[in-house]
Design a binder for this molecule. Sequence first.
Ligand code: ZN
Length: 161
Amino acid sequence: MHCPFCRHGDSRVIDSRTSDDGLSIRRRRQCPECGKRFSTVETASLNVIKRSGAVEPFTRDKVVLGVRKACQGRPVTDADLAVLAQKVEEAVRQTGLSQIDANEIGLATLGPLRELDEVAYLRFASVYQAFDSLEDFESAIASLRADHADRAVDPAAPSEE
Ligand SMILES: [Zn+2]
């Protein structure tokens, strides 16, 4: 790691800490040449293989972009979308893979979006899972209704976070 001040080719790590979400490590470094301190953030690389075969780095922004349209007109804030994108990132990073199919990102998005807004979820699922009949919508809605029923009859069920 080059020193950003004097370009010295080496630096000493004086402190390391893992971020709260566990996804990156922040290191405090000191240059042995000029003595100045600087920080670096290390994140395991995670790439997305698109349907076209192109590979690009995973970003939370793209997750947000992917669901924003489905959330149009819904009471979903930018902060909600940021939390959703973080959940998606945590889910895909938990697979331990460094390359992941774009399809998997969509799959990992369904759960958090369903918790966030059911109408947005239905819109997103209908496009992502290519619903092509009323039956597809009916079964998705039936599954949402079943969830509601579970919550209603079981007071011991864990509440939503
Ligand atoms: Zn230096």
